[in-house]
Ligand binder design. Sequence first.
Ligand SMILES: Nc1nc2c(ncn2[C@@H]2O[C@H](COP(=O)(O)OP(=O)(O)OP(=O)(O)O)[C@@H](O)[C@H]2O)c(=O)[nH]1
Ligand SMILES: [Mg+2]
Length: 303
Amino acid sequence: MGFFDKLAQSLKKTRDSIFGSITDAFTASEITDEMYEDLEEQLIMADTGADIAAELVDELYKTVQSDHLKTGGEALAALKKIIKQRLTADVDMNLEGHPTVILVIGVNGVGKTTSIAKLAHLYTNAGKKVLLAAGDTFRAAASEQLDVWAQRTGVPIVARGEGTDPASVIFDAVQMASSKQFDIVICDTAGRLHTKKNLMEELAKIRRVVTKACPTAAVETLLVLDAITGQNAISQASQFIDVADANGIILTKLDGTAKGGAVISIKEKLGLPVRFVGIGEGMDDIMEFDPDAFSDALFMRDL
Ligand SMILES: Nc1nc2c(ncn2[C@@H]2O[C@H](COP(=O)(O)OP(=O)(O)OP(=O)(O)O)[C@@H](O)[C@H]2O)c(=O)[nH]1
Ligand SMILES: [Mg+2]
């Protein structure tokens, strides 16, 4: 299956329940006031958040007026364009660090470890020299889980015993990456609630230690959010962003939800771009986020 088909497949639930009917409504008729009202309601149901839904509809209304759009088809194309603009990141990820360190953080069970394995696979296939760091030392099983993935992807891993200070594991990994010319170090961390102060401070420490271990390292801190929890995930994210200086989002489990509309509000609400989407449990089931493909897939017509 090609890139677009896989993405489109993963958004099927979102499309079936919501965006498909928006597409149908717009392609069926002329532009009416009722259409705007329906659109706002549907967007809220797709979990874009009420404020963003209202903004989108308002922006669409203005575009329809100023560009003298007549048909539903034209309005739909304008809506897609508005959504694409909102989703486009201002800057790309920095993968040119020596090395680039990707810290992966988030609450329990959102898909951090799985996403790390997928990223290791993705970057290895892209010709990068990748190292994994088992920074979840909270549970013995966590290192083992990452180790299984490391073996499957053929990527080396730095792991220490349960209870080791996670910052020291990550320090060692970054130093090793720097001395052995690895391109990318991807660091796992234990799941934690944003309300647990000491665990959140641990993240801040991990972040500091990376720069100490290697001042030339570029750091990309990716916060993992579970699409199934939609707007709730967004509301708990801000503490992570403040404490750990997160600068991008991995949105997982897009395949398991009808709330794919949440993606539309992430950049606006959190000020961070979505960098990757998780679309299944397998090693290949991650995609670099592509705003064009995403909005095309949201509004495509299923046969
Ligand atoms: N359908 C689907 N399942 C996913 C995706 N990403 C992760 N999962 C599943 O989510 C579950 C939790 O994944 P983990 O990677 O262990 O999550 P974690 O954040 O590391 O969990 P903790 O370390 O316990 O905090 C697993 O069963 C994964 O297979 C995805 O994109 N789609
Ligand atoms: Mg984990």
